[in-house]
Design a protein around this ligand. Structure first.
Ligand code: C2E
Ligand code: CA
Ligand code: CA
Length: 782
């Protein structure tokens, strides 16, 4: 797996999980904050309400306290003994009653005032002796409204004072009692309302003090230090919301307030548990979510990874491994399936392309490309171990004419049959038959030297001896076969192939069965090429020579015939035979000038007086190119007119194949030539596929049986048969028969008995220069 993919996969999962978690956390945090804020707000409102109540209760508590004091004072004022003591002015009794009564009900100050509110007698609890002056400060406001209780600060301590009249029955004085606002009251309040109570007492002499408090000492110290800020006191244990209750008070610079404090945390505590629970749920949710999205991402990325490796396999050209995850029903499954379809389709296309590139559709044989590769591989596999191998190429003869006469479909059948025959000749193994193109085949022979290759070539030729029976037609097979061996004839595959082909063309030229490559073939072909380039010059420089080969009558008539054959008197190469330049002249079309040259040479000869007396009839060869030239008839006519010679002195030889290259145009031209007065002859008869029935339609006068049959007449029985039946058939159709290639007296005699009309061959005379021909003729007469 590539690094990039690891990164991609990781990042994909990370991104998926990360983004999901982030969103989840944001939502949770927002919810948390909202809940927290509203809990806080609710808590504060709740506390404010509680503090409202606390304040009312506290004031009520102080009122109750005052009422209790007033009742205690009233009790004292109603005391008979006390009243009579006041009346009698028994100061000692007054003092002791005040002390007893005061201490009994817990008053800090008990005093008797006269009707003018002046202090008559006072009893004070411990620690208060030094303060009678302060009392007068309290007395003035109390005197103004005796029914109310008053809070006063004396010696830095807050006291609650009440005053009750002393009647006997008229008011004879006032009883004044004061009680400290103390810890007990605060504790009672705390017990009652669970609120913290702190008394803040300010006075000129003592400053601000906090004498009473239900707070624990550290919190109290904190309060002392920083006071209440913004209605709250922040302590390490949490926030306390405070309510300050001002208490109207008298005394020098007196300022008494009660602080009621309630803890926010206490209210929030039950909700906090809820919040903790919420946090736990959130955390569990986040964890679950992380795992879940991780799994989902894994489920997504695992198939993606396998798809990636699959594409890598495809790019390497491996099409046979099916994709995973195709059974899934989700999008990934769809993707995998369409990927798999693509794989199969590409694989099929690939193999089809390979097939098209390397196989011949018609014969199902490897093609030239494939064959070449096989040769390259075979040579590479040999390496240093020199074990020979051979390449054999063969080219079917006259195949083009099969196509022309019997149709392309038939030609295809023929090629298939040939392919089958070739395959049969190979022993099973890794030897290979291929179709190089057209009618050319090749065989690769592993482990074959020249002798083995030659043997294989002979075997193929033998297998071709039996004619092919296709669709009720019998077709003779023949082929030129060439071969070349590695490493003797060529060093590499391409040279081996091309030299095998050169040998094949040489075999076809020489009409010999099979040939091994020879360096002289190459030389020959280069020679022909340069000869070709010199041909034009040859015509201009008058290097061509007219040769005549006699055609004699076998049936007693005294007509003298001859075939005009061209020769090239090359300044350096000497006399060049026509087979070395005619085929190439035909390829280039130059043969038309050549034909006109020889035709003109013959016409010139026939116009000479020495020829006129002989009644000479000369055959001139026409090629395909001539026949397809629409101007041929006109050109020949012009030459005849120029020399004043009759067309009837000429016979025009045309091969079957020349007609079959374009039968319609050929037929039209033959008709014109025949009308012009030319005699027409079918040359090389028997080598093509045209039937006599077809030839009958043409304006033909003569058949020339091919020399390959004639030369074998006396040795091969079937050759004699072919010659015999050809003569009979031709005669039935009203045609004259000429046999060429008469090399022996036996053949000549046999032809005479078979009723052949004319003969031509080395036995009678070789092609001769015009003067020699004349001399030969003169010798004949003698
Ligand atoms: P072709 O028309 O079949 O000519 C007959 C060939 O057979 C001549 O070869 C001749 O020398 C040869 N021949 C004659 N008697 C015998 C014999 O007893 N035994 C053997 N083995 N051969 C014999 P040549 O002159 O080499 O011509 C070869 C071919 O070249 C001719 O075959 C013809 O197709 C072509 N050719 C020659 N001259 C001309 C020409 O002027 N115009 C055209 N278009 N083609 C020509
Ligand atoms: Ca001829
Ligand atoms: Ca011939």
């Amino acid at each position: 797996m590539s690094q990039r993919w690891v990164w991609l996969r990781r990042s994909l999962i990370l991104r998926l999980v990360g983004i999901s978690l982030l969103l989840l956390l944001i939502v949770q945090a927002a919810g948390f904050a909202v809940v927290r804020a509203s809990i806080d707000r609710n808590a504060r409102a709740q506390i404010e309400r509680a503090l409202d109540l606390d304040e009312r209760v506290w004031r009520r508590l102080l009122d109750q306290n005052a009422e209790r004091l007033r009742q205690g004072s009233a009790l004292l004022a109603a005391d008979y003994g006390f009243r009579s003591a006041v009346n009698s002015g028994d100061e000692e009794t007054i003092q002791s009653v005040l002390e007893n009564h005061g201490s009994r009900i817990g008053a800090a100050v008990t005093a008797l005032l006269d009707t003018g509110f002046a202090l008559r007698s006072v009893s004070m609890a411990d620690g208060m002796q030094a303060l009678p002056a302060a009392l007068s400060e309290v007395m003035q406001p109390l005197a103004a409204d005796p029914s109310a209780s008053k809070i006063a600060v004396i010696g830095g301590v807050a006291y609650q004072f009440v005053m009750v009249p002393l009647r006997a029955p008229v008011v004879v004085g006032w009883v004044l009692m004061g009680f400290p606002i103390n810890q007990m009251l605060a504790d009672e309040m705390r017990q009652l309302m669970s609120v913290h109570v702190v008394l803040r007492v300010g006075s000129e002499a003592y400053g601000v003090r906090l004498p009473v408090s239900t707070l624990p000492e550290p919190t109290l110290a904190l309060l002392r230090e920083q006071g209440v800020v913004g209605g709250a006191l922040a302590t390490p244990e949490g926030i306390l919301l405070a309510r300050e209750v001002r208490m109207p008070s008298v005394g020098m610079g007196a300022d008494v307030r009660t602080l009621l404090l309630r803890s926010v945390d206490e209210v929030v505590a039950p909700y906090q548990q809820l919040q903790v629970l919420l946090a736990i749920i959130t955390a569990a949710g986040v964890a679950l979510f992380a795992v879940g999205t991780g799994l989902v991402a894994q489920r997504m990325t695992t198939p993606l990874r396998s798809l990636l490796t699959a594409t890598q396999r495809l790019s390497r050209g491996e099409y046979d491994v099916p994709l995973a995850h195709t059974a899934r029903t989700d999008e990934i499954g769809n993707l995998a399936r369409s990927f798999d379809h693509m794989r199969v389709a590409i694989g099929a296309q690939q193999s089809e392309i390979l097939r098209l590139a390397y196989w011949d559709r018609l014969t199902d044989l490897p093609n030239r490309e494939r064959f070449r590769e096989a040769v390259v591989q075979a040579i590479a596999a040999r390496g240093a171990a020199v074990q020979p191998l051979a390449v054999l190429t063969l080219d079917l003869d006259r195949f083009k004419h099969v196509n022309d006469v019997l149709g392309y479909a038939y030609g295809d059948l023929l090629l298939q049959a040939v392919a089958a025959r070739l395959r049969q000749q190979l022993p099973p193994g890794d030897d290979m038959v291929a179709r190089l193109g057209g009618n050319e085949f090749a065989v690769l022979l592993h482990a074959a030297d020249a002798a083995a290759a030659h043997e294989m070539a002979r075997r193929i030729i033998r297998s071709f001896e039996e004619p092919l029976a296709l669709e009720d037609q019998l077709v003779d097979l023949s082929a030129g076969i060439g071969f070349a061996c590695w490493p003797g004839d060529a060093a590499d595959a391409d040279a081996l192939l091309s030299r095998s082909e050169i040998a094949m063309y040489a075999a076809k030229r020489k009409l010999s069965g099979a040939l091994q490559y020879d360096a002289s073939f190459d030389l020959a072909s280069t020679e022909t090429l340069s000869l070709l380039s010199e041909l034009r010059r040859a015509v201009e420089q008058d290097e061509l020579r007219l040769y005549l080969q006699p055609k004699v009558s076998l049936q007693g008539t005294r007509t003298l015939g001859a075939e005009a054959l061209v020769r090239w008197q090359h300044p350096q190469r000497g006399l060049v035979p026509p087979m070395q330049f005619i085929p190439f002249a035909e390829q280039t079309g130059f043969v038309r000038q050549l034909t006109l040259w020889i035709f003109e040479a013959v016409a010139r000869l026939l116009a000479q007086p020495r020829a006129q007396g002989l009644g000479l009839k000369v055959s001139v060869n026409l090629s395909t190119r001539d026949l397809l030239d629409p101007e041929l008839s006109n050109r020949l006519g012009a030459i005849l007119a120029r020399h004043g010679v009759a067309a009837s002195a000429f016979c025009l030889e045309i091969t079957e194949s020349a007609i079959m290259d374009d039968p319609q145009r050929a037929e039209a031209m033959l008709n014109r030539l025949s009308e012009q007065g030319f005699k027409l002859s079918i040359d090389d008869f028997g080598t093509g596929y045209s039937s006599l029935a077809y030839l009958k339609r043409l304006p033909v006068d003569e058949l020339k049986i091919d020399k390959s049959f004639v030369m074998g007449m006396t040795t091969a029985e079937d050759d004699a048969m072919i010659v015999r039946s050809t003569i009979d058939l031709a005669h039935n159709l009203g045609l004259t028969v000429v046999a060429e290639g008469v090399e022996t007296a036996d053949i000549l005699a046999l032809l005479r008995t078979l009723g052949c009309d004319e003969a031509q061959g080395y036995h009678i005379a070789r092609p001769l220069p015009v003067d020699d021909f004349m001399a030969w003729h003169a010798g004949q007469k003698a």
